[in-house]
Design a protein around this ligand. Sequence first.
Ligand code: GAP
Length: 458
Amino acid sequence: MVDLDKIISLCKRRGFIFQGSEQYGGLQGTWDYGPLGVELKNNVKHAWWRGNVYERDDMEGIDSSVLLNRLVLKYSGHEDTFSDPMVDCRKCKKRFRADQVDPNEKCSEGGTHDLTEPRPFNLMFKTNYGPVADENSIAYLRPETAQGIFINFKNVLDSTNRKLPFGIAQIGKSYRNEITPKNFIFRVREFEQMEIEFFVKEGTDEDWHKKWIEDRYNWYIRLGIKPENLRLKAQTKEELAHYAKATTDILYRFFPDKEEEDKQFDEVEGVANRANFDLTCHTKGGKLVLADGREIPNTHAVNKLTYFDHESNQHILPFVIEPSAGVDRATLAFLMDAYCEETVNDDTRIVLKLHPALAPIKVAVLPLKKNNADIKATALKIKNMLMKFGWRTVYDDTAGIGKLYRRQDEVGTPFCITVDFDTLENNTVTVRDRDTMAQERVAIDDLKNYLTEKLGTF
Ligand code: GAP
């Protein structure tokens, strides 16, 4: 299986992902998506939205603000508890996450690290809104998209007349001032999440939790992840956040180089049963209960976040199941899983066997001879025709046909269409399949149907 270094190199070489602020030496924990990366990432998000919103009858979507009123994060508990344990090395002055540093590791100043006691470091990015930067104008960049969903629960409920069970989906940026961002786009300071808060009646929560774990696992498999690279792991009591009733993580084999198999896997998504913790925190007159048992009454919220249950004739605070995935981690998992190196005619062919729905480019149209005006014009005509069907289609004549095929293989383009001299005679083209490299002659008039069947609809 491919290691991260090869993926990083491919991403840079072919314009998927670049270091953020590279022009000025970089900004740690930020990455910029290039021409192909933005297509891939958009396709991941579209596949998620389609699978979780369009293809279900019990979901609505929202897009809430990144900037949050400080009170949202006070009553959610983030101001008090959203921290990681941090340690400093007294010798080299570097900072580490306490659970990620080996005290026996070599220090650049000689010997091993001389570490301080761990202390909490809040991961939220604080900013000020408006022209005066003081205590009263503090706002936060959201550390998760979830809070935007909880505080809009009543807005969505009132405007859609939904009945339980129903869910709210959101995709968007989140920000965490990670102590040690690392492993490419795996742990970064600016990332995107795809989150669902699925509201259910208490008592049905455990069944819904199981269903969501299964649904979310199958989404990755449907989009091409190999089952041997995906795992489910139920969190132990010790690992569980104090507000969660149960959480199962979906793990991907991000680190195949590690010796111990268990360490090769890390979280791409968490599916939590959060009971009614969040709506209780944010509802008017509700309260936040911290892990140490302290209770903080909510004296600021303006609306009750309850649901009127006609069966029991009571206002209830629904329970919530939360499948929460990282866009960047999912994108990395799809890239790693699709990467193959094959030997063809004593040469190495790099090919990304991405699911067609995820492939950044769906079709490349290639002229066999670029200096033949008729061949070139026909190829451009086909490119423009296919583009209209919604497929990202490109035209390329900057190399010989063999090289052009390899270029498209390396970025995962499922089909290449070659226009040659026969095309001018009989209006047919060669369609080459990325994975099998098999070529078929297809009439230009049949291309739409042929490709629709092969690519599928997305
Ligand atoms: N609302 C729940 C929540 O945010 P989380 O486990 O902290 O839960 C959910 O985050 C997902 O977001 C993770 O499974 C991961 O895919 C992604 N994620 C979290 N922190 C990240 C980071 N620093 N860099 C990249 N992705 C991250």
